[in-house]
Design a protein around this ligand. Structure first.
Ligand code: C5P
Length: 219
C-alpha cells in the first residue's frame, strides 16, 4: 500500500489517441496505445487521488476506482476535459490528440476513383493550451512532448506556450519506447530544472511523474 499523498486531490488525466472522422468508416488517428496515461491514472489512484480518466479509443482496462469517460474525437476530449478541470487540482495530459481534423466529415463512405483525392484539414482545439489559459494558481498542469528531433528545445517551447508546470519529454529516437511499448525513457523539464531518467517500464515511469507532481503541490 502506497502513502496516500494525493488523498483529497482530483486529478484529470487524458490518454490514448483521438480519431477524427473522414467518413462513416474512416478516420485520422495515431499509434498511441494509452499505456502511459493509464499507468499514470493507476498510480494517482493508488496514492489516493480521485482520478477522472478521459480516454480516447484504446483497448485498455482501468481499475474500478478510476472514473473513466470514453471519447473519440479531440472535440469530445476537449469538452470532457475542460468540464472536469474546473474543480480539479491537476490535469496530466498524456493523450496524443490529433492536431488537425477533416474540415467536413462525409455522410456516406467515399467511393474509390482514379483521380487524386484531397482531404482538407482544419486545426483542432489545443486542450493543453486552453487549460493553461484558465489555470488558477492552485492548479497544476502537466503535458507531454513526443518529439522526433530538437527534443529539448521543442519541449521547452510547449512548456511555455501551454503554460505547463512541467512537461514530460520522450523521443521516438529511443528504441523500444513511446508508442505501444511497455517501456519509456523520459526527461522532465520545467522552467528551472531538467531531470533525465533511465529507460524503464511505463508503470515505474508513471511513479516518477507522479512523484514530481506531488512535489509541485508542495510549492
Ligand atoms: O503540441 P503538441 O501536440 O506536441 O503538445 C503535446 C501536449 O499537448 C500533450 O500534453 C498533449 O496531450 C497536449 N495536446 C492537447 N490538445 C491538442 C494537442 C496536444 O491537449 N489538440
Amino acid at each position: 500500500n502506497k502513502p496516500q499523498e494525493l488523498k483529497g486531490k482530483k486529478i484529470v488525466i487524458t490518454a490514448g489517441p483521438t480519431y477524427e472522422k473522414i467518413d462513416p468508416v474512416r478516420f485520422i488517428g495515431n499509434y498511441s496505445s494509452g499505456k502511459m496515461g493509464f499507468a499514470i491514472a493507476e498510480e494517482c489512484a493508488a496514492r489516493g487521488a480521485d482520478v477522472r480518466l478521459i480516454a480516447g479509443p484504446v483497448s485498455m482496462k482501468a481499475s474500478s476506482r478510476i472514473k473513466r469517460t470514453d471519447v473519440e474525437s479531440c472535440e469530445e476530449m476537449y469538452n470532457a476535459t475542460v468540464a472536469e478541470f474546473k474543480d480539479a487540482d491537476a490535469a496530466i495530459l498524456c493523450a496524443a490528440v490529433a492536431d488537425f481534423r477533416p474540415e467536413h466529415t462525409e455522410e456516406q463512405k467515399i467511393k474509390r476513383g482514379n483521380e487524386d483525392m484531397v482531404i482538407r484539414l482544419s486545426p483542432t482545439h489545443d486542450i493543453a493550451r486552453h487549460l493553461g489559459k484558465i489555470k488558477r494558481p492552485d492548479q497544476r498542469l502537466v503535458g507531454f512532448a513526443l518529439e522526433t528531433n530538437d527534443e529539448e528545445s521543442n519541449a521547452r517551447k510547449k512548456l511555455e506556450k501551454k503554460n505547463l508546470d512541467f512537461i514530460v519529454l520522450n523521443s521516438t529516437r529511443n528504441e523500444g519506447t513511446t508508442f505501444r511499448s511497455d517501456d519509456n525513457k523520459i526527461t522532465i523539464i520545467s522552467k528551472d530544472s531538467v531531470k533525465e531518467y533511465e529507460k524503464k517500464p511505463k508503470t515505474e515511469v508513471a511513479a516518477d511523474i507522479v512523484d514530481e507532481l506531488v512535489r509541485r503541490f508542495l510549492n
